[in-house]
Design a protein around this ligand. Structure first.
Ligand SMILES: *Cc1c(COP(=O)(O)O)cnc(C)c1O
Length: 395
């Protein structure tokens, strides 16, 4: 029998997610559970929807939180938009683009993979060439923040191409939402999904999701039934729409409390200030890491501030150092995925994790470990370089 309460160790979460959770969010989760059709709960859901619209920067009526993690959002986007036999152009420059291809094929769609080297963005001109050569394309799917490489995908030009070719633009904003502008309406995104545990700093469990009127019309016009019952947005809409409110599946009550509080924190800070904070902390971290000989993987101008992916030199046993960071300093960072396994570190500065104190604590721990390993001789270089960035920013 498991007799004792589980007490998690103290950790500083600087990996690819989950990120640090604010005490206010944890407190919200411990509130009493009420019914998912209780009028008080339905009113709370309206708050969640309006806060989500502000965070996505959209007026989309259909803006909800899907029950499930970011992957459920990805699956929902594809299974609702794509019918068997339809084509989706997918930008593939990391793990999550690969997954979009997989989900498309599993629901009977045809995926055109448009590849770019891992760490580089997809070129809009390449998108245009594919669109010109291919037959009708139902949707273009892009990962705005590729968490496996730290690459920031610009969307403006691709959104215009989507409009010109009458294709829906599906955007994975799992890691970007709350850390860099997603700007659904201004960018011309038709379907956008995210997750709670990255820059929104809420525990994992919900996928913020929004659909434009244009995409909603396409979903409503489907000739075939959505392949998924659980993620069929036509059915889920009946619970999330005022006036109908019929049972589809039980809402994850406590998670929705948590998301509401996390979004309130986003609103209190304000998106511009939040984006600036992510930018500054990333800048300080990368400057410090460069002193340790760890350069960023993504091209200049395409680097994500919330996911700092840096190349680790061969002489450094990266997995061992990561294990020591966790065991001795309580700091979690991420290793590489797929072809980048053993070659990079993925350091997340997402939401509550993105602070000056955390950056300096990590750099200090790395300096100690690098000196111990014999890969660094002078202490203070990385911390000093990062401190100078902060001094300049806060004179
Ligand atoms: C984390 C992540 C996902 C998957 O989200 P889960 O919450 O792990 O299901 C999808 N896309 C991107 C870009 C991610 O970073």
């Amino acid at each position: 029998m498991v007799t004792r309460e589980f007490i998690p160790p103290r950790r500083l979460l600087l990996g690819p997610g989950p990120s640090q959770v604010h005490p206010r969010v944890l407190r919200a989760m411990s509130a009493p559970v009420i019914g998912h059709l209780d009028p008080a709960f339905l009113a709370m859901m309206n708050d969640v929807q309006s806060l989500l619209r502000n965070t996505f920067q959209t007026g989309n009526r259909f803006t909800i939180a899907i029950s499930g993690t970011g992957s459920a959002g990805m699956e929902a986007a594809i299974v609702n938009a794509v019918e068997p036999g339809e084509t989706v152009l997918v930008g593939v420059n990391g793990i999550f683009g690969t997954r979009l291809v997989e989900v498309t094929e599993r629901c009977g769609g045809k995926a055109i993979r448009l590849e770019a080297p891992w760490g580089s963005a997809i070129d809009p001109q390449a998108v245009e060439q594919v669109l010109r050569r291919s037959g009708p394309v139902k949707a273009i799917a892009m990962v705005q923040a590729e968490t496996s490489t730290g690459c920031w995908q610009p969307l403006e030009a691709i959104a215009q191409l989507a409009k010109q070719h009458d294709a829906l633009l599906i955007v994975d904003a799992v890691t970007s939402l709350g850390g860099i502008p997603v700007d659904v309406d201004a960018a011309g995104i038709d379907i956008c999904y995210s997750a709670t545990q990255k820059c929104l700093s809420c525990p994992p469990g919900l996928a913020p999701f929004t659909i434009s009127e244009r995409a909603l019309a396409a979903v409503t016009r489907r000739r075939t039934r959505c392949q998924s019952w659980y993620l069929d947005m036509k059915l889920v809409a009946e619970y999330w729409t005022e006036g109908t409110r019929t049972y589809h599946h039980t809402a994850p009550i406590s998670m929705l409390y948590a998301l509401r509080e996390a979004l309130r924190l986003v609103e209190e800070e304000g998106l511009p200030a939040r984006f600036a904070r992510h930018h500054l902390n990333s800048n300080a971290l990368l400057t410090g890491l460069l002193e340790l000989g760890l350069p960023p993987l993504a091209q200049p101008g395409q680097r994500l501030p919330m996911l700092n992916c840096v190349t680790v030199p061969d002489v450094i046993p990266e997995a061992e150092v990561r294990a020591r960071l966790l065991n001795r300093y309580g700091i979690e960072i991420g290793g590489g995925l797929g072809p980048l396994k053993g070659k990079v570190w993925r350091i997340g500065l997402m939401g509550e994790s993105s602070t000056e104190a955390h950056v300096l604590r990590l750099l200090n721990a790395l300096e100690e470990l690098f000196i111990e390993g014999g890969w660094l001789t002078t202490p203070g270089l990385a911390v000093g370089a990062a401190s100078r960035i902060y001094s300049r920013a806060n004179p």
